[in-house]
Design a protein around this ligand. Sequence first.
Ligand SMILES: Nc1ncnc2c1ncn2[C@@H]1O[C@H](COP(=O)(O)OP(=O)(O)OP(=O)(O)O)[C@@H](O)[C@H]1O
Length: 246
Amino acid sequence: MRVEADGLTVQGIITDITLAACDEVVGIVGPNGSGKSTTLRCVYRAMKPDAGAVLIDGVNVHKRQQLARDLAALTQESQVEFDFTVAEVVEMGRLPHERDSARDRRIVGDALATVDLSGLASRSFLSLSGGERQRVLIARAIAQEPRVLVLDEPTNHLDIRHQLDVLALARGLGVTVLTVLHDLNLAASYCDRLYVLDEGRLVASGTPEEVLVPELIAKVFHVTAHVVRHPTTGVPQLLFDQEVTP
Ligand SMILES: Nc1ncnc2c1ncn2[C@@H]1O[C@H](COP(=O)(O)OP(=O)(O)OP(=O)(O)O)[C@@H](O)[C@H]1O
């Protein structure tokens, strides 16, 4: 499923952001406050841009009836306020679909197994650790069986193994994934293409190899980076110097 943002502008926050993703993993990277979450909010319809539009398979998201079923979002605001069990939270992912108890139960069970939390199905969500909560919310998004998955810093709170698991899982779904990531090395390892935002504007896009070069890292993040190859996968990885570039 194709997602396109065409000239998104939110007054004073983002200006003329154009990007596209289709059945691939696309990362949005950039410094704090550069407009990444705002861009995603426009995509998952939490915010209406002042100019520009988001199209899903060519249809404006604000006119698309099926969006609740087709698009799942794990956002900075994804919270569960009430004391549901873990299984109940994941089951919420099934709400946009026609209900089928046996099938829904199987999908919820599978989603929990995928994030390595089968043992916690009947625990109270609010009693979980930050990383466990994050994995439950990822399971809820998977249980929705979306065609577009929007993730805002999905590795937040996760230990390194679960960071790798979650991104491999997102890739393995074979759907369109649009994800904000802070860790540039994870972005290089798991994204097919990257868009770089700085001060609300798109400043670069391309494959990780094209984008993650020392000149751009210095200009956008104000740090000195060295590019090395991962010894087994060959993907570019960055090593950083401690001193900050002016
Ligand atoms: N509703 C709003 N009203 C006013 N300013 C806002 C609003 N939402 C975001 N901003 C500001 O817009 C800028 C971009 O915010 P955004 O959350 O999109 O950045 P981000 O790149 O996701 O940042 P981070 O990496 O810190 O999560 C920030 O300076 C933020 O304070």
